[in-house]
Ligand binder design. Structure first.
Ligand code: ZN
Length: 173
């Protein structure tokens, strides 16, 4: 048993400390706000998904997901407005808001105990940084990877990536 900086004995947790130890939640919602949900934090993990299925399902270069244990995930509102698409080949299921089309939950066929939620739907931190990549070999050549940007003359608010010299390109764009 050791003493903390404030002189309290570690293990003899004061009430305030016990309250902090309770699982905290973060909530998220779809674009129209009909579907709302929450997960206990910290989430299990977070990653970028470059596979074709997630890219097309999101209509985006890639999807960034926060994975939560199913038992640490709850739908708070709008359950009746959720529709679901199941891929018969992979057994993966994707849920969407019927009203606004926002991709909501991605359940992978081989890990039924997990629910994966687009990171973009959370307004606050989830306790996990997206450090991992799935399908990195499928990453698209047109993805933005942080190249220097400059202002586009005559178009306020638009910045652009100057084209690379032709000889530097080794793939068609
Ligand atoms: Zn919606």
């Amino acid at each position: 048993m050791s003493k903390t900086r404030t002189g309290r004995i570690a293990g003899a947790t004061p009430v305030k400390g016990r309250a902090l130890a309770q699982p905290a939640q973060v909530s998220g919602q779809c674009l129209c706000g009909t579907v709302r949900f929450e997960v206990d934090v910290p989430a299990r993990w977070a990653w970028h998904d470059h596979t074709r299925a997630s890219r097309v399902a999101h209509g985006a270069a890639y999807a960034t997901y926060v994975g939560s244990w199913r038992k640490r995930f709850r739908i708070l509102a709008g359950e009746d407005e959720i529709t679901r698409y199941e891929d018969s080949a992979t057994k993966a299921a994707r849920s969407f808001c019927k009203r606004c089309g926002t991709p909501l939950f991605y359940e992978r066929g081989r890990s039924r105990h997990m629910v994966n939620i687009p990171r973009a739907l959370f307004k606050s931190r989830t306790g996990r940084e997206p450090l991992y990549h799935i399908g990195i070999d499928e990453m698209q050549a047109w993805i933005y990877t942080g190249a220097p940007l400059g202002p586009l003359k005559g178009f306020p608010g638009v910045v652009w990536e100057r084209p690379r010299k032709k000889k530097a390109l080794d793939f068609p764009v």
